[in-house]
Design a protein around this ligand. Structure first.
Ligand SMILES: [Zn+2]
Ligand SMILES: [Zn+2]
Length: 373
């Protein structure tokens, strides 16, 4: 289903009202609305979710020497010649999740009683849980974080992400690959050891499909990529730009759902991390390290989700989503979202599907820009 892009009300002057009243903003990429409610700043306990430093390394299955407590590794980086797989002596290690949400062989639909058949019907649709769920322990240091990694290590991590994406993309059962970090229990992490997760799914999730649909509508209307145009508009305006380099721009999205949300976008149009050059990966590492470091300075290593969204896989999608030749001008435009989780989502968010944000993106970008140094 294709949803027409909403018209922006250009006459609304947010500046005049920002101290007195809330206003609504629509995310150009998803169509979702956010209530910008700067008036809610300074409520008691506004940021209840500071990250708790977590867990005893001796109990941690992702720490060095605990390799037998994880599934067998898919790959490891940084091993010395004489160290064997699934032992200590790695810098980065990839292995299947011990508690996978999806598995290669899939698990059939089941209720509590395994003997009970659960037939699908028009109303009650189901699919087997086929896919892949991998973990990347990206540092042997139990207390490391993405913002504290060296440029070299962060680049290496992105190279591994690219390699895993390309490998999982080859499986015709996979239609979308999401790579993400849950940093801190408040952001959904069950283990505090620094790690990243990869989920290869048998369908395109709604959050990606929404963007794909809007990009497709925009491309038909304007003949250009929605995110390329959005990026150009943000760079021209400048007030929400946090930082940028040769290949990447980081900005606070117009309709940020979370206080201090950031988005990193490659300036060259490309569908997924698979298409990035080694220079582009290196420059992403440089920018990501910088902006996460600044977030840490402002908010002391906050809980956050980092999400890498790439194009759904070509396998079963209409050709229209994919450009011919190498100079793609249509299709998805991949990007990285950083969502600090300093406040809780509550009933309103669950019931409406949109967020209330008490920090204007213009202010967040300004404060993050100032941290440069
Ligand atoms: Zn650990
Ligand atoms: Zn683009």
């Amino acid at each position: 289903m294709v949803i027409p892009l909403g018209r922006q009300n250009n006459r609304f002057q947010w500046k005049r009202h920002r101290h007195r009243m809330s206003h609504l903003r629509q995310d150009p990429l998803t169509g979702r609305w956010v209530i910008m409610a700067a008036g809610r700043r300074g409520r008691p306990n506004e940021y209840p979710l500071r990250r708790e430093k977590g867990g005893d390394p001796a109990d941690c299955p992702f720490c060095l020497g605990q390799e037998a407590r994880t599934t067998r590794e898919i790959l490891a980086v940084g091993r010395q010649k004489n160290s064997s797989p699934n032992t200590a002596g790695w810098r980065l290690r990839v292995f299947p999740n011990l508690y996978p949400a999806l598995t290669p062989e899939g698990s059939g639909p089941s209720l509590h009683d395994p003997d009970e058949e659960v037939p699908s019907s028009e109303l009650f649709v189901q699919e087997p849980g086929v896919g892949a769920h991998e973990i990347i322990a990206y540092s042997p240091d139990h207390n490391a974080g993405l913002g504290t990694l060296s440029l070299e290590d962060l680049t290496e991590l992105l190279q591994v992400l690219q390699e895993r994406f390309a490998t999982l993309a080859k499986d015709p059962k996979h239609r979308c690959i999401l790579q993400f970090v849950n940093h801190g229990a408040e952001a959904g992490a069950t283990l505090s050891h620094p790690h990243l997760q990869i989920l290869a799914m048998p369908m395109v999730p709604l959050a990606v499909q929404e963007k794909l649909d809007r990009m497709e509508v925009y491309r038909r209307q304007e003949g250009r990529c929605l995110l390329c145009d959005l990026l150009a508009a943000e760079r021209k305006k400048g007030i929400r730009i946090i930082d940028e380099n040769e290949n990447w721009t980081a900005f606070a999205p117009w309709a940020s759902r979370f206080p201090w949300e950031m988005m990193l976008v490659p300036r060259r149009h490309q569908g997924s991390i698979m298409e990035a050059t080694s220079m582009e990966l290196h420059e992403l590492a440089r920018l990501l390290g910088k902006v996460l470091g600044r977030l840490d300075v402002l908010h002391g290593d906050p809980p956050l989700n980092l999400i890498i969204q790439g194009a759904p896989l070509e396998n079963e999608l209409p050709k229209a989503y994919f450009a011919e030749g190498t100079e793609a001008v249509d299709g998805f435009h991949w990007h990285v979202e950083v969502c600090p989780r300093l406040s809780r989502l509550a009933g309103f968010e669950a019931g409406s599907g949109f967020a209330i944000n008490s920090v204007l993106p213009e202010e967040a970008a300004g404060r993050l820009r100032e941290q440069e140094g």
